[in-house]
Design a protein around this ligand. Structure first.
Ligand SMILES: *Cc1c(COP(=O)(O)O)cnc(C)c1O
Length: 423
């Protein structure tokens, strides 16, 4: 089977004939992935931020099975259903009160596309044809579709590979004021200058609140977010917050923007929305934005085939119920405390630049790019699944991980990096 895979199946950001090993997962349960040879390894990645309750969760299985026996899908044009209505009610009640409308889509990238279409249409419908640019940030990541890519970091987002194809946007320097740093107005100067100079052509600002994820795993000051919000309001530019990675408790708040006490005009959620069971995302927005979009009799021009898929919505409802009725915040803060204690010692190693921790996110930044294939192999030998990229070895385990399981992860990181530093 692996042979067929390596010859025919493409994997994320990988050569068609991959240079690193690929591992077959037979099943998964709790925080464990079971490999082909029966070996069980602890998942430190939550399958890219999404599997917050672990795998094979009885409550989520039950919700999927129950919905399956009613209907797994029905078109959303002209029809609606209880799973979508319930999910909308919950999402609108747990997010900022300014958000009153919701658009369901299939993936995070598409929820960003929808957000971008909302802001373009918001200005266009009101007769403003100049506001066609997005002010985004270096080191930002918002997805892999063309619109989303056009607001990703121009370097790590590989804009050069799509030269002449992507919409040209404006980029401010990445937030330099790290999470616990003392605030200074100088940190916002670059953003402010670009906004001041270009606000007439800027439709919106897009930003990942508090954690810049795939673009560098950087944790920045809530004060920065607060200033971005204030300046967007001052210059009449909409603010899109991308909580696809950070949403649903990962940072220690239900949504990371709560750290900055700000209110987004548009909010994107995805990844952990279904507890990692299936692909579902949503774009939430305010009455003001929808009224703008609909000026002159227009409507938002988007409508995916699998919009608000009932099966995905039913699982999302069960996942949110499980999350909100669990001591998620205590769990995440306990994980934070343990990561702080057990990852910090990596800073002793010569090859390590810095350790950063927030909520259930732990990042060990190396001074140089790591050898992905070697590191991954060593991690598996120690019973853990981690997938470093470039200089970053990072973990975001399921919230249900216990102290011992988490220690297996953190000691594997320390041990492997210790060996690596002597290589
Ligand atoms: C993963 C991610 C996306 C894209 O989501 P997909 O479901 O992979 O399309 C967008 N923004 C952020 C912040 C993400 O982490």
């Amino acid at each position: 089977m692996i042979d067929f895979d390596t010859q025919h199946i493409l994997h994320p950001y990988a050569a068609s004939v991959p240079s690193t090993d690929i591992h077959l997962v037979k099943s998964a349960s709790g925080v464990y992935l079971e490999l082909e040879n029966g070996e069980k390894i602890i998942d430190g990645m939550s399958s890219w931020w999404s599997v917050i309750h672990g795998y094979n969760v009885p409550e989520l299985n039950a919700a999927a099975t129950e919905q399956l026996s009613k209907m797994s899908h029905v078109m959303f044009g002209g029809l609606t259903h209880e799973p979508a209505i319930k999910l909308a009610q919950t999402l609108l009640s747990i997010t900022d009160e300014n958000l009153e409308h919701i658009f369901f889509s299939d993936s995070g990238s598409v929820s960003v596309e929808v957000a971008l279409k909302m802001v373009y249409q918001y200005w266009n419908s009101q007769g403003n044809k100049d506001k066609t640019k997005i002010l985004a940030f270096s080191k930002g990541y918002h997805g892999d579709t063309l619109g989303a890519m056009s607001v990703c970091d121009p370097i790590t987002g590989m804009h050069s590979a799509f030269e002449g194809v992507l919409h040209k946007n404006i980029f401010a320097e990445a937030p330099e004021c790290m999470f616990a740093d003392e605030w200074d107005e100088k940190y916002i100067e670059d953003f402010k200058a670009k906004l001041q100079k270009n606000y007439k052509i800027i439709a919106a600002v897009i930003l990942e609140p508090i954690v810049q994820g795939a673009g560098g795993m950087r944790l920045y000051s809530p004060h920065f977010l607060k200033r971005v919000r204030e300046l967007c309001t001052e210059y009449d530019v909409l603010l899109i917050l991308d909580e696809i990675a950070t949403g649903f408790g990962r940072t220690g708040k239900l949504f990371a923007y709560e750290y900055g006490e700000v209110s987004p005009d548009i909010l994107c959620v995805g990844k952990a929305l279904t507890g990692g069971y299936m692909s579902l995302a949503a774009t939430l927005t305010s009455k003001k934005v929808m009224q703008g979009v609909e000026s002159g009799g227009n409507v938002l021009m988007h409508g995916p085939t699998f919009m608000a898929n009932p099966l995905a919505c039913a699982v999302a409802n069960a996942s949110l119920e499980l999350l909100l009725n669990s001591p998620w915040q205590k769990r995440v803060l306990d994980i934070q405390a343990q990561l702080e204690k057990e990852l910090r010692i990596c800073e002793e190693l010569e090859i390590v630049q810095e350790v950063r921790v927030l909520g259930a996110i732990g990042v060990v930044e190396l001074k140089e790019d790591g050898d992905l294939a070697w590191l991954t192999g060593e991690f598996i030998k120690r019973g853990v699944w981690l997938r470093p990229f470039n200089k970053l070895v990072y973990i975001m385990p399921p919230f249900v991980i216990n102290e011992e399981e988490l220690r297996v992860l953190t000691s594997a990181i320390y041990e492997v990096l210790r060996v690596y530093s002597k290589k």
